[in-house]
Design a protein around this ligand. Structure first.
Ligand code: PMP
Length: 423
């Protein structure tokens, strides 16, 4: 089909709330490592797809899926070694006591299961969430995602959802110049727990909020927030859907950068390099509470194909040392972006960890007036130059950078020099 035909058919047959990227949408027909190719064979450098974690169509991942599809794909009511091997390998990346897995098909489903675990364990209902947070597309997850319930078409937080400030050290109430910023943001969690005593089942938090604008919370935030929640019997859920599997470079999981151990961790996106898969890992204690007579069945979750692909992804991360690459290339790229910040006033902030970076555009570095149109315009111009990026953040003025982890220093140079020219 021609591009125009696809667009026409899509407009007629697909719900129009499903949006397209870019003013002139792209037709992408092929992917290879950090590159995507359009219908004319033009290559685009993918700087934003953190799902294709080890590279688009990585041959080892493709082979693992093809081989397992040709042998067997069925539900988990039969014994199959792929699921337990995957569970062993995944748990080996996590600290004690995170030792019990549930497998699902998406990040949304992982967060749904996490909320069920928390509610069953605590026998409570309420949830504390961050402003501008996003956790998924289901009914319940829209209700806990401020990015949605506070956004267009949203109808605010339900009574059982309690929102606290985004711990944003650049634009938020407490900033980088305040050494106690983490503690101060966490005090809001403490107040929320106090006001809703014995009602809070969970604190659900993206370790480094993505839709919130690639935010790196101040040091000490999570440990303090977790302490307050636990002191009143709630559990702490780390949404690692965006940040897990080595992306942040220094650690395999982003929560490790904050020196905490969550009670429940949710995973998706990069876990199977684009194949629909997700996981929830929790403690034996919480898992025991969940084993209350109600069976947990999931038709597709944990099937042999998903687990074989998940294993291949873990193998590639290890064998190609992609966590270390995220650290080295990420630091190099951040340094390049900081040098652009020194030159172009439009860049108000560059922040990140490994290959998880945000570039915030402002019209004025004192008032921090957001430069959303400029950010969108830049992203569209970058695309015309063959570089794929997108914007996010509650003010739509943050360019997010989270490429496949096979990104190289040469790719970083291309990104920085093209952005320099456009700015
Ligand atoms: N949590 C976070 C932090 C996410 O960014 C997303 C997806 N953008 C989800 C959960 C939901 O994942 P999925 O789209 O796979 O359901």
């Amino acid at each position: 089909m021609k591009k125009e035909e696809i667009l026409r058919s899509r407009t007629a047959r697909i719900g129009s709330s499903l949006s397209l990227s870019y003013k002139n949408p792209l037709q992408i027909v092929r992917g290879k490592m950090q590159y995507l190719y359009d219908e004319n064979g033009r290559a685009y450098l993918d700087c934003v797809n953190n799902v294709a974690h080890v590279g688009h169509c990585h041959p080892r991942v493709v082979k693992a899926g093809q081989e397992q599809m040709a042998a067997l794909n069925t539900n988990t009511r039969y014994l199959h070694e792929t699921m337990v091997r995957y569970a062993e390998r995944l748990c080996a990346t996590l600290p004690e006591p995170l030792r019990v897995c549930y497998f699902v098909n998406s990040g949304s489903e992982a967060n749904e299961v996490a909320l069920r675990l928390a509610r069953t364990h605590t026998k409570r209902r309420d949830v504390i969430v961050l402003d501008a947070g996003y956790h998924g597309n289901t009914t319940t997850l829209i209700e806990v995602s401020s990015y949605k319930f506070d956004g267009p078409g949203g109808s605010g937080a339900p009574s059982w959802v309690h929102k606290v400030s985004l711990p944003d050290p650049y634009r938020g109430e407490f900033r980088r110049d305040d050494p106690r910023a983490g503690e101060k943001y966490a005090a809001q969690v403490s107040n929320t727990v106090d006001v809703n005593r014995d009602r809070v089942a969970a604190f659900l938090c993206e370790t480094m909020p993505s839709c919130g604008g690639q935010i790196i919370p101040p040091e000490g935030y999570l440990s303090e927030a977790y302490r307050h929640v636990r002191a009143n019997g709630g559990v702490c859920i780390a949404d690692e859907v965006q940040t897990g599997f080595g992306r942040v470079g220094t650690h395999f999981w982003a929560f490790e950068t904050q020196d905490v151990v969550p009670d429940i961790v949710t995973m998706g996106k990069p876990i199977a390099n684009g194949h629909p898969f997700g996981a929830v890992v929790t403690t034996p204690e919480i898992a025991a509470s969940f084993h209350n007579g109600m069976e947990y069945f999931n038709t597709f979750g944990g099937n042999p194909v998903s687990c074989a692909i998940g294993l291949a992804v873990l193998d590639v991360i290890r064998d190609e040392q992609l966590q270390a690459n995220a650290l080295h290339v990420g630091s190099y790229l951040s340094a390049g972006l900081h040098s652009l910040m020194a030159k172009h006033k439009l860049i108000g902030d560059v922040r990140g960890a490994g290959l998880y970076i945000g570039v915030e555009f402002v019209r004025d570095r004192n008032t921090l007036e957001p430069a959303a149109e400029e950010a969108t315009h830049t992203v569209n111009l970058m695309k015309e130059r063959g570089i794929l990026l997108s914007t996010d953040g509650p003010l739509h003025n943050v360019i997010k950078i989270k490429p496949p982890l096979v990104f190289t220093k040469e790719n970083a140079d291309t990104l920085v020099s093209t952005l320099d020219e456009i700015l």
